[in-house]
Design a protein around this ligand. Sequence first.
Ligand code: NAP
Ligand code: GDP
Length: 320
Amino acid sequence: MVKQVRKVILVTGGTGLVGKGIQTVIAQEDKCPDEEWVFLSSKDANLLDEADTRRIFEKHQPTHVIHLAAMVGGLFHNMRANLDFFRNNMMMNDNVLKMSHEFEVKKVVSCLSTCIFPDKTTYPIDETMVHLGPPHDSNFGYSYAKRMIDVMNRGYAQQHGCQFTSVVPCNVFGPHDNFNMENGHVIPGLIHKAYLAKRDEKSFEIWGTGKPLRQFIYSLDLARLFVWVLREYTEVEPIILSVDEADEVPIGDVAQAILKAFDFQGDVIYLTDKADGQFKKTASNAKLRRYLPDFKFTPFSQAIQESVDWFKANYDSARK
Ligand code: NAP
Ligand code: GDP
């Protein structure tokens, strides 16, 4: 009889939007008897601190790591704190990859983002273009720090033969998002604002012109793809995890979908003096489609409705 080798999968950032999505998928859909999953929060270990990072690796002795922990924020948070985004993410990434090497972790999957690609570029963006020019000025700190994960992955592969790879999600949303209206991303921000506008019978504000285009992936779909990458994907090069190019939507339409989910009938105002950020970052999921041609993404309106319903049901405890 062949003995199964037990995997211990350490998920940094296991309490965030994406981490909670993976927890849900593993608990409800995709348990594997030879896998033990450990989901970390910043309370378990501060990954900015090398000694604390070593302590948590010593405790769990992971064979696999999904590295999600990061300083994460929407356009307006990035514009205020580029230096912090750069330094904090560089530190966390360096600590996690260094310990993964030291503890002989078999595979690490880290997380980039489609917002780190060059600003002046041709479309659609693909995986070969990560380093081909400066990122958008609004989030240069986050972008350069994330790009360095790819540099480190290639270095660890070249010098030490490590299998450290990365995925590149488009904008993510879903239950357990950060619904803070100043620092968070557009969908959780607009959901929170729509909730308050409906409750208090006030007008609803959209920042910017509503014209920029974005691709959005539901956190549970991304979680399913993460589990597939961990188990099946063997390249060091990144892979974009995004909905199709045809599913790119203007921010104004996103706002309308959220208002529909709330059945909001009040006034809608565009604050056009607020920044629009990058106009678009259209990414190709052709590589993903070559591997998984039949993967079905949750329809956008259904995913928005589920996220709105989750926020309404968890208003008191949601991160906001
Ligand atoms: P999130 O909801 O803000 O969660 C961040 C996670 O990181 C939390 O679990 C947090 O722990 C942890 N963390 C933060 N600072 C830490 C520290 N110093 N030490 C240890 N843990 C720390 O973020 P997310 O949206 O799930 O993002 C997950 C990954 O996806 C990130 O790498 C992000 O860059 C990437 N990504 C996100 C998006 C998006 O639209 N959200 C798009 C593309 C890529 P606590 O809960 O204890 O604070
Ligand atoms: P990005 O995709 O990295 O730029 O980050 P966001 O998720 O923060 O999305 C920013 C886009 O949504 C910009 O075009 C903003 O002008 C627009 N937007 C509209 N209303 C809001 C809001 O309430 N919060 C945020 N974060 N962005 C908003």
